[in-house]
Design a protein around this ligand. Structure first.
Ligand SMILES: [Zn+2]
Length: 395
């Protein structure tokens, strides 16, 4: 069946700016972008979007949802619940993201997510792959990651996980200073997996070496890397010889993502990062969803008191940040309100740019002919009014 999405202001992240156009969709994919005049004679079911904007569905590189509380066979159901809640936020695809778990739990996660990636969630956003956030990170920069499972890279574990994942691991966040990271980077390069620095206090020389071995991205810039000090980067023993975030900010060989909630990163630094990184900057949610029963069940592994949502972010009982309650539609509105990005740039940072990082921009994150008809329909305030996945309305 053909559908014509017409009368919207189209935010095509590959165009110079928003414009009037109509999108012809057939069999779940974009067939053509038509000028408004061309659309009048097309024989198709019409979707009138007068007064709304149309953007590619958002892609979240870093989404935990309820997964952080799951284990074993619970992973599948936790993913389904989280996936079904995303279209209300305009998100149509995401990477199911782990935390530092012991070996058996991490293997269960990978197996369950590989299956979910293959089958999808009816009516929900698509898990398009796995993001392993650790466990190969620096315990001194763990943030709220469960510390006891953080470990050195064991090539046998890496090979086993990549084999279990059957090509579904798309992104790995690692600390280059962790023992065995060279073998990890080599394995990721062989498997075509994006290697990102995160939860790290690496020295400048280690960053350079890792870039030589394939590191190309930075996970949640500014967070879990020692913070920023503008004056005395040279000496603060606990953080290595360098101020890492400043070092990464100015390195054009590295893209980055950041949590644009105004809590994890001050709005002024969001502006600075957007200026420094340009089209290499993506916005992520790093979203943690507290399941209904979390007050009790989530407690043990995150310390006494577990996790709570204080209305701005997810925190440990001691107040430390443990994830966000952000959605990508709000990240876009924030980036615009902070003066960091124009609306079309902010949409690109949640669609085209993450798609390019993952090498899937022919399929997702764009409005090119042939791409999947995944759309976020936004009202004048940037709130999500409708979401379409594969040419079907899911919100
Ligand atoms: Zn993290």
């Amino acid at each position: 069946m053909k559908r014509l999405f017409e009368n919207a202001e189209v935010f095509d992240p590959e165009a110079a700016g928003p414009r009037g156009a109509a999108l012809l969709v057939e069999d779940g994919r974009i067939e053509a972008q038509l000028e408004p005049g061309e659309a009048t004679t097309v024989d198709a079911e019409r979707v009138d979007l007068t007064g709304y904007s149309l953007a590619p569905g958002f892609i979240d590189l870093h989404f935990h949802g309820e997964l952080v509380f799951a284990r074993g066979a619970e992973f599948g159901a936790a993913l389904q619940r989280s996936a079904r809640a995303r279209p209300a936020e305009g998100t149509t695809a995401f990477l199911a993201t782990s935390v530092a778990w012991p070996g058996a739990r991490l293997r269960d996660f990978v197996l369950e997510m590989a299956e979910a990636v293959a089958t999808g969630t009816p009516g929900g956003a698509r898990a398009i792959g796995i993001h392993l956030e650790g466990p190969w990170i620096n315990p001194e920069a763990a943030g709220a990651q469960p510390g006891e499972a953080i470990r050195a890279c064991d090539p046998r574990e890496i090979d086993e996980l990549l084999a279990l994942a059957a090509g579904t691991v798309k992104l790995v966040t690692l600390a280059p200073e962790v023992s065995g990271s060279r073998a990890l980077l080599a394995a990721l390069a062989r498997a075509g997996v994006v290697a990102a620095l995160g939860h790290s206090l690496a020295k400048s020389s280690a960053v350079d070496a890792a870039i030589g071995e394939g590191l190309c991205h930075v996970t949640h810039l500014f967070n879990a890397m020692g913070g920023t000090r503008h004056r005395n980067p040279a000496r603060k023993a606990a953080y290595g010889d360098d101020e890492l975030a400043g070092r990464l900010l100015g390195d054009d060989r590295l893209g980055c993502d950041l949590i644009c909630d105004g809590v994890h990163v001050h709005p002024d630094w969001v502006v600075g990062a957007c200026r420094a990184k340009g089209e290499q900057l993506s916005l992520i949610s790093d979203r943690v969803e507290l399941p209904a029963q979390a007050a009790g069940s989530g407690a043990s592994e995150f310390g006494a008191g577990g996790l709570r949502d204080d209305g701005q972010a997810i925190r440990l009982a001691d107040g430390r940040l443990a994830g966000s309650s952000l959605s990508l539609d709000r990240a876009i509105r924030n980036a615009v309100a902070f003066g960091a990005l124009s609306r079309i740039e902010a949409i690109a940072a949640c669609s085209l740019r993450p798609a390019k990082l993952l090498g899937i921009e022919a399929e997702r994150g764009t409005l090119r002919p042939g791409a999947r008809a995944d759309f976020a329909i936004l009202d004048g305030r940037g709130e999500v009014a409708q979401t379409w996945i594969g040419g079907e309305r899911v919100f």
